[in-house]
Design a protein around this ligand. Sequence first.
Ligand code: NAD
Length: 252
Amino acid sequence: MQLEDKVIIITGGGQGLGRAMAEYLAQRRVRLALVDLNQEKLDDTAAACRALGVQARTYLCNVASEEQVTQTIAQIAEDFGSINGLVNNAGILRDGLTIKVKDGEMSKMSLAQWQSVIDVNLTGVFLCTREVAAKMIELQNTGAIINISSVSRAGNVGQANYSAAKAAVAADTVVWARELARYGIRVAGVAPGFIETEMVASMKPEALQRMAEVIPLKRLGKPEEIAHAIAFLLENEYFTGRILELDGGVRL
Ligand code: NAD
């Protein structure tokens, strides 16, 4: 896919990886539909993209809400007239051990903690993919859908909710690649390791230091390195149904 003038939707485009992707793609002359829960952050990202000379529109939407996703994707199709790509990037963390026993006290991961991560990180990806694929078919646009999985899909302590969602997103990348190939739609994934974003900045410095030590490349990844991979996956027309691992070798 030639990126110039194509319409790409980025969920969670307000900050972190989503913002880095938006700015990277803006430099490649992509027209952007930025989706997020946070209007202020959306406005910041959109302003940075417009400063690079491209069209960037913002859409306040909770990706876990069927009604909001359906309305938002229909609005994006109306505003731009075409949809060529979707990056399913919005995601949250609500870590906790499934069962923790300390000083004889037992605490459990709450159902709310479990469900919120499944709702945003898995159901949100399903809803956006379903609505965008339908629009791509309706508008006869070929395109690409990129899902953000995680190195955590292998199973991380304290992340029963997050690991489950990210493993499911990797599995559904294969499902949707198979289902949508006949319409000229590719579906691919990226599994980042530990990348320097606001999400990771919420971790304790000692934990971050320990993390860097176990990465063969001895550092966290940069958001631009993930954005670079997103551009490659959108562009490369023979890539589908696979997950690109960008983790500094942490799973080797
Ligand atoms: P982040 O917290 O910095 O940004 C996430 C963005 O998503 C925010 O702007 C937030 O407002 C938005 N968002 C959250 N819930 C939403 C919802 N329900 N609807 C719409 N928008 C919503 O996170 P990040 O580090 O940039 O992570 C982006 C993606 O990459 C996530 O899917 C995350 O799981 C994944 N990931 C991140 C890392 C990392 O090290 N940062 C590693 C692996 C995977």
